[in-house]
Design a protein around this ligand. Structure first.
Ligand code: GAL
Length: 352
């Protein structure tokens, strides 16, 4: 990138630039990318949501290897700690990464990372979560994700009764979009939100604690349903309801098509999840990163808030279409889902 950008400057400025670089001396060993580096840094936000280490990382690495023999992926996970992510990004830049693929813990704090990367001529791909000023962005239509979750809940509950709402982390811009989308459907129905929680770290444990504390005021059996923004939280919600004595659960939503969630759906414990083809997203990120490293064209993009973007479509999964979605797509095999514990439920759902 840097190399190509510089060939565009006029001859006179090249002389000035060369003199300036000479004066800096040693710039190549110090901070900033070296123009022939083919290191791609992949920075993911957390590990409690299974997608990151089970899918995003390996799919991204495999695609980079397939497209570029001499590229190297440097993988870093921030464990939901924004300052740790900041340090990881800084050291990736100092170590000469040519591109950052960054899924931010805190999208506002990540604006600083983008600025510092760009000042070292390192482009940034905002991965899954938007960052203002990034060079590229890729994600799903996240407001639509929330709408699909909300609509499914309205339909499954018949649109009346008391519900709890568990949203994602306020530092995650997707969480706000899921919440907006979900509210569109829920607020237009007769559902009554008794209590709502913005889970600071998306953690299943916090979700479980929130529901457990709400059950001091509300009778679990009287809940019409629970909106959980992702599967990790849905797991926490169902654990809390089970601990309170329920064996049959009201409709609970989710997102990510985590294996445990698909099994809960087949068993009838969780109502739905959202399947986002992580393969599509991770492979597109790998393609764009490799193109940037090699100075190639990244192909056609759409605009999302001023950033060149690739936006993919989410899909609703209920017990009726497990086979046609996650299984058909090779995300899981029937054997993955239908372990001994789920054999009967699988047979009943026609999954064997
Ligand atoms: C979102 C992401 C979801 C889910 C969640 C928890 O930003 O789009 O797929 O993983 O974070 O980390």
């Amino acid at each position: 990138m840097k190399k190509f950008a510089r060939t565009a400057v006029g001859a006179a400025s090249v002389v000035v630039l060369a003199a300036a670089l000479g004066a800096c001396g040693g710039d190549d060993d110090g901070g900033g990318s070296s123009s022939d580096s083919k290191t791609i840094a992949l920075l993911l936000p957390e590990t409690k949501t299974t997608r990151y280490e089970a899918f995003d990382k390996p799919l991204f690495e495999a695609k980079v290897q397939e497209l570029c023999d001499d590229c190297e992926v440097k993988y870093l996970n921030a464990d939901q700690d924004a300052s740790k992510q900041q340090q990881q990004a800084e050291s990736a830049i100092t170590d000469g990464a040519a591109v950052l693929v960054l899924d931010p813990v805190d999208s506002e704090a990540a604006v600083g990372i983008v600025k510092s990367a760009q000042s070292s001529d390192v482009p940034v791909i905002a991965y899954d979560r938007f960052i203002e000023g990034a060079d590229y962005y890729m994600s799903f239509d996240n407001e639509r994700v929330g709408e699909l979750q909300g609509e499914a809940l309205v339909e499954a509950t018949g649109g009346s009764g008391d519900i709890l709402m568990l949203n994602g982390a306020p530092t995650d811009p997707n969480a706000a979009q899921f919440k907006t989308g979900a509210h569109k459907a829920i607020d237009a129905s007769g559902l009554n939100v008794v209590a709502e929680f913005d889970n600071p770290d998306w953690s299943p444990d916090n979700a479980q604690k929130f529901v457990t504390s709400q059950l001091n005021n509300i009778d679990a059996a009287s809940l019409a349903g629970v909106y959980a923004a992702n599967d990790g939280q849905a797991g926490g919600v169902i654990a809390a309801l089970r601990a309170d004595g329920l064996t049959k659960f009201p409709p609970v939503t989710g997102q990510d098509a985590e294996l445990a969630a698909i099994q809960r759906i087949v068993a009838g414990d969780q109502f739905m999840t959202i399947y986002k083809s992580i393969k599509t997203e991770a492979e597109k990120a790998a393609e764009v990163a490799v193109a940037l490293v090699n100075g190639d064209d990244v192909g056609e993009t759409t605009d999302f808030q001023g950033v060149k973007s690739f936006i993919f479509d989410p899909v609703v999964v209920t017990t009726d279409n497990v086979n046609d979605t996650v299984v058909a797509d090779g995300f899981y095999s029937v054997e993955d889902i239908c372990t001994a514990e789920y054999a009967d439920a699988c047979a009943a759902a026609g999954l064997s």
